[in-house]
Design a protein around this ligand. Structure first.
Ligand code: NAD
Length: 460
């Protein structure tokens, strides 16, 4: 384990400030080289990454490639587009500014801090790092101590492939995080729970540091009756139970049209058997709960409503079977807190208005899912609800589209990233206006006498 002395944090930041001042990171060729370096580092260490994720979460190898090492796609996207992103953009000027030209120059912010969670512990540190590098910043990474094996692997990879004066890892838990947050950064990018997000924002306020907060919440999944049932069931089962439900954008609960509820439940039961066999505890494709604390929190939810599928658990293994709960009340804790585990409550509705009212009575979610072929219904749900993102007739896949900004709204977060949005998050758009010397009209200069009619004319 590579441990950074917490007392050394000041030195790391100081060294990064010097490195940034050298101007090296402003060079676009340097940035592309570093993105390629990061790509190569990941490929070289693929096996250790997969092993670490297995040790932390019993993460199936396919899921590790799909959802963690797959961050390589983000790197490739940034490499492909970086020259375009970094080019100053011409901005139009109105007729009264005819002697001027206007441009927008994206410039790096400086030294940024990236704090990650434990559920996709590799990807959720590396993906923001791609944006930080692309935009020309130095970065300090603080992976989650709860996924300790992955934290170690990240520390080793970064130490081996990057100068710590450019990119460094600080490992540790709350103490390390708070030591870092006591320092001044040029941006803080945080992924985690809403409660800690608030702590981060308070710390950032002290230095007026801009923040990106990628938080969680309860993402609803509406299922209308106008669907292809087989596809719907498979897509919900996958999105909910991948990584044993420990996914920030997993469907948290289902809002199901009453007329299709029975078929949907039968379909879910059949699909779960297809995916994970009759006994998911023996399936190599089903993950475990990250810690004893989280396991106990989830088992407590089983007291709510009526378990109609699953519910079996083994504390020693931190195994909780894929579980579906019916007859929950909105006051039950499973409907009050973000579940963040393999438990899927089902709530039925008769009219879509009930589902929309329920969603709107709660904090704005990170994701909203709608299964329906009905165009009017799609339009209505899009118009009448607000969420970080929406995915229609699928789950979780929105996160894989680099051209779509990913982030929350309200309680589910501030700011966004992925693709160009990552570059923008870690850049300052510097507006530059330039005049020329060939003309100098005097209408704005004192003495003002007689100039008001001209000003009024400009104002239209
Ligand atoms: P968390 O908020 O407990 O921890 C996140 C990070 O903050 C960790 O690195 C941790 O060490 C640090 N931390 C914890 N307590 C702290 C404190 N008091 N002061 C300073 N730093 C502290 O989150 P988690 O349990 O790792 O992750 C689960 C949450 O993250 C869920 O709510 C989930 O929805 C959310 N999440 C969101 C996204 C997203 O992209 N929006 C992705 C993954 C997870």
């Amino acid at each position: 384990m590579i441990t950074t002395e917490l007392s050394n944090i000041g030195n790391i930041i100081q060294n990064q400030r010097e490195f940034f001042k050298s101007g090296k990171t402003k060079d676009v060729t340097f940035r592309i080289e570093q993105l390629k370096n990061l790509r190569q580092a990941i490929i070289e260490h693929e096996e250790s990454i997969v092993e670490a994720l297995k040790a932390d979460l019993h993460k199936p190898t396919v899921e590790s490639y799909l959802t963690e090492i797959g961050v390589i796609k983000e790197i490739d996207y940034a490499i492909k587009h970086l020259k375009t992103w970094t080019k100053p953009k011409k901005a139009p000027v109105s007729f009264d500014f005819f002697s001027y030209s206007a441009r927008i120059y994206p410039e790096p912010l400086g030294v940024v801090l990236i704090i990650g969670p434990w559920n996709y512990p590799f990807q959720l540190i590396i993906s923001p790092l791609v944006g930080a590098i692309a935009a020309g910043n130095c970065a300090i990474l603080k992976p989650s101590e709860i996924a300790s094996h992955t934290s170690d692997v990240i520390a080793k990879i970064i130490a081996k492939h990057f100068d710590p004066a450019y990119i460094a890892v600080v490992e540790g838990g709350v103490e390390a995080s708070q030591k870092l947050l006591a320092e001044k950064f040029d941006h803080i990018f945080f992924t985690g729970g809403t409660a800690v997000g608030k702590i981060v924002m308070v710390a950032a306020a002290k230095y007026l540091t801009p923040v990106t907060l990628e938080l969680g919440g309860k993402s609803p999944c509406i299922v209308d009756s106008d669907i292809n049932l087989e596809h719907t069931v498979r897509r919900i089962t996958w999105g909910k139970f991948i990584n044993a439900g420990q996914t920030c954008i997993a469907p948290d609960y289902l809002l199901v049209n009453k007329t299709i509820k029975k078929d949907l439940i039968n379909g879910l039961e059949k699909c779960l058997k297809e995916f994970y066999s009759d006994n998911p505890v023996n399936s190599p494709d089903y993950a475990r709960i990250i810690s004893q604390k989280h396991f106990e929190r989830l088992v407590n939810f089983l007291k709510d409503g009526e378990v109609i599928i699953g519910g079996e658990n083994q504390p020693s293994e931190r195994y909780l079977a894929p579980t579906v709960i019916d007859n929950v009340s909105l006051e039950d804790s499973v409907m009050q807190e973000e579940i963040f585990g393999p438990i899927l409550p089902i709530i039925e509705y008769t009219d879509i208005a009930e589902a929309i009212t329920l969603i709107n009575s709660r904090p704005k979610p990170l994701a909203l899912y709608l299964f329906s072929q009905n165009k009017n219904l799609q339009k209505r749900v899009l118009q009448e609800t607000s969420s970080g993102g929406v995915c229609i007739n699928d789950t979780v896949m929105q996160v894989g589209v680099s051209s779509l900004p990913f982030g929350g709204v309200g309680d589910s977060g501030i700011g966004n990233y992925h693709g160009k949005a990552s570059f923008d998050t870690f850049s300052h758009n510097k507006s530059v206006l330039q005049n020329s010397f060939w003309l100098d009209l005097k209408w704005r200069y004192a003495p003002y006498e007689g100039k008001l009619p001209i000003i009024k004319k400009f104002l239209g």
